[in-house]
Design a protein around this ligand. Structure first.
Ligand SMILES: Cc1ncc(COP(=O)(O)O)c(C=O)c1O
Length: 470
């Protein structure tokens, strides 16, 4: 140890503590501006290059300076995704209690792979999973992986489904791989999100090989088309359904579809990245009737639960199938099944304690608070549609059944002009999209802090831009 200068070590320690305090101060100051400030970043990527894209410095800097500089330099390029007036994509608002719990996660620096490495995290995440199954109205014995988001949740579920369907045909994918394996059909709705399609690619099932099932005007699979596709299947299929179409928020007809899939011995998977949360609300649950009959579900925590990025759940009715598809075991790790291990149900071994912020949010809101938030967002989406319909040549293209509103102006050129204008003003931020061959302005009502005044501002901004571009 004589080569280490002890006084320098002590100084570094103090520096680290000051850096953490500064980060918390900057974080709080940033969040305080979100309610009032513009939603769009002041600087675009090309302008940020000059601030960050330098050569790696040979000499280091003290931690406090790094954090102070970072906060000062980065804020101009931060998009207001956490703002109550951000309606783009499908972005949850990163609730303060979740963000605060995330500070703790980072400070604890836990490798949360196992219960004996991190007892607190394992039990917190196990409890989170139990609470979410209960809230979402899914069967209690399901297996759950706390993953990075909807894309990975879909991919993990598809992987487990693939292994299970091939095991039923006597083929062990883990041992023998996919070359030479028996085939099984894959069916997916024509208006599915790109995430489960990516899952088909990651799992070697192929995007082009999947049969696309025709959908109706809201993007829901048509039962007659599903029946015809199932009639053509020569082996039990994997069928990918959807709770919450990205443009319309619509739900597939689960109560009819899932029994048909099961009659063929198939596996029903549901991509419910945001929409599955509607099943948590007793008064709205009928809109997804039968969704709890599926074999697997993908759902995000960083969307409608408003957890900070990145967090989602991969849920399987058959926990053993999920553990079997995910688990890697070494001599130094516990025996599979002996205890509840966070890494048994996720692709990663070493992993961040990413369930802790969601657990904190659930404790903060309570079950009643989550249900009220989701119901309020659905009501606000309906209110937005009512404010816009028929005004200044605006049409709402979807039946508003959840939190997504697909808005079109007189023609595509005006829709694009209106969206450009609204985004450039930066008071609110809806995003672009396309639905049934038309350009749309897509509004997603999903931020925990969004209220009626924010929706009124969004409607006013769109209608004013319509007048200006008429
Ligand atoms: C329906 C649907 N599925 C999957 C995803 C992908 O989720 P993530 O971005 O969390 O990976 C999204 C994202 O918007 C989505 O809306």
């Amino acid at each position: 140890m004589d080569h280490i200068d002890q006084s320098r070590l002590l100084a570094l320690d103090n520096d680290g503590q000051q850096a953490m305090a500064a980060a918390a101060r900057h974080a709080i100051a940033y969040r305080a501006t979100l309610d009032a400030g513009d939603v769009v970043p002041r600087m675009r990527p090309a302008e940020m290059v000059g601030r960050f894209d330098a050569d790696l410095p040979e000499a280091g800097q003290d931690a406090l300076t790094v954090i102070e500089d970072l906060a000062r330099q980065a804020t101009d390029g931060i998009h207001g995704h956490a703002s109550p007036r951000f309606f783009g994509y499908v972005c949850g608002g990163s609730m303060p209690v979740g963000a605060a719990a995330d500070f703790l996660v980072t400070a604890w620096g836990q490798n949360s792979a196992s219960s004996w490495e991190s007892p607190s995290v394992a039990i917190i995440e196990q409890t989170l999973c139990r609470w979410c199954l209960d809230l979402l109205g899914l069967p209690a014995p399901c297996g759950v992986g706390v993953v990075t988001g909807g894309t990975v949740a879909n991919a993990q579920a598809i992987m487990a489904a693939r292994d299970a369907l091939l095991a039923r045909q006597g083929w062990d994918v883990g041992e023998r791989g996919l070359f030479g394996a028996p085939e099984f059909p894959v069916l997916i709705g024509a208006d599915a999100h790109s995430a489960p399609l990516a899952g088909l690619r990651y799992t070697g099932l192929g995007i082009g090989r999947a049969a696309r099932v025709a959908t109706d005007d809201q993007g829901r699979i048509r039962i007659d088309a599903l029946q015809a596709a199932l009639d053509g299947c020569d082996a039990p299929p994997l069928v990918i359904l959807q709770a919450g179409q990205i443009n319309t928020g619509a739900f597939d007809p689960f109560a009819e579809a899932i029994p048909l899939i099961h009659d063929r011995g198939g596996w029903a998977h549901v991509d419910g990245a945001f929409g599955l949360w509607v099943h948590a609300v007793p008064e709205l649950r009928h809109r997804l009737a039968g969704v709890d009959g599926a074999d697997s579900w993908a759902v995000d925590l960083h969307k409608w639960l408003n957890a900070p990025y990145d967090a989602g759940l991969c849920i399987l009715r058959d926990r053993a199938a999920l553990v079997g598809a995910m688990t890697a075991r070494g001599a130094y790790l516990p025996e599979v099944g002996a205890t509840w291990e966070p890494s048994d149900t996720t692709l990663e071994l070493s992993r961040r304690a990413r369930g802790v912020p969601s657990y904190a949010i659930l404790r903060h809101l309570g079950a009643a608070g989550v249900r009220a938030m989701i119901a309020r967002h659905c009501a606000l989406a309906a209110y937005l549609a009512a404010r816009l319909k028929g005004q200044n040549g605006v049409t709402v293209l979807n039946d508003v059944v959840s939190n997504q509103v697909a808005i079109a102006c007189r023609d595509d050129a005006q829709t694009v002009a209106v969206l450009d204008r609204v985004q450039a003003r930066g008071k609110v931020y809806p995003s672009h999209g396309e639905w049934r061959g038309r350009k749309i302005i897509r509004a997603s009502i999903i931020n925990h802090a969004t209220d009626r005044a924010d929706i009124d501002l969004l409607a006013d901004e769109i209608l004013t831009a319509c007048s200006a571009t008429a």
